[in-house]
Design a binder for this molecule. Sequence first.
Ligand code: G1P
Length: 290
Amino acid sequence: MTKLRKAVFPVAGLGTRFLPATKAVPKEMLTVVDRPVIQYVVDEAREAGIEHFIFVTGRNKTVIEDHFDIQVELYDTLARRGKNDVLERLRQLQPEPGQTSFTRQQEPLGLGHAVWCARELVGDEPFALLLPDMIMQSEPGCLKQMVELFNQTDGNILSVEECDPSQTHKYGIVGRGEAVAGGFRINAMVEKPKPAEAPSNFYISGRYILQPEIFSLLGRHERGAGGEIQLTDAMLKLMQEQPFHGHHFTGQTFDCGSPEGFVEANLAFALARPDLRDHVMRMMEQAGGK
Ligand code: G1P
């Protein structure tokens, strides 16, 4: 059994749904309570045992690289002021030297193309892929749950959740085969189908464990839905050679790529914080009474 060591984070997207906030700040750096969105996703990967964090970035994203670096002046100042608790919290979130890599997707050609850009950094081993728009709340985290299924089944694992059947055109949709512990064998995949053409209402919710053979399929650069190089299309081809299983994730997922999901995430993570919970509850009660 190969240990899952590497994770890829495609962070090249423009974030047009969040303008003007994302004019100068990458959408992955918007904060949910007091952490940037990308930090939640990296923490989820670390909890699952990931040792190397690969970011596929684009222009204007260097601040993400800075965020995962040591800020010497800041750390010195905090130490001088005796703010050791804050310093310790920052250190805990800090990847070890050499644990991060950054490469660029030079053109916005789709998710499949972004993943393909990481091929040299991943090499010939299975890897996790985490879409940073989606942040998840569960104990243990979604990727850690998926690793358990991966260790039992090998092959490829996708996190899946149910959506309203009218919403299938927004997602990659999978077909449901025989049941396995915590999920099922995937027997079909379609990117953004109309409801009538969807094989089920289970959508791919942004966490993947993939075998490296995906890269040669992505390297064909075939265009799919929306004229983009789609990961789902390459996975469908790989499914002819290797098993894919869906892990039915039952925690909370927030689509931080949309304003609604982003606000929900802020509320949910604030409510999960003992120091903020009462304050937010009071505010919501007051708003509800108006
Ligand atoms: C991507 C994937 C899709 C998946 C979705 C989850 O789509 O292509 O299969 O269901 O992420 O958010 P995008 O949201 O980039 O259009």
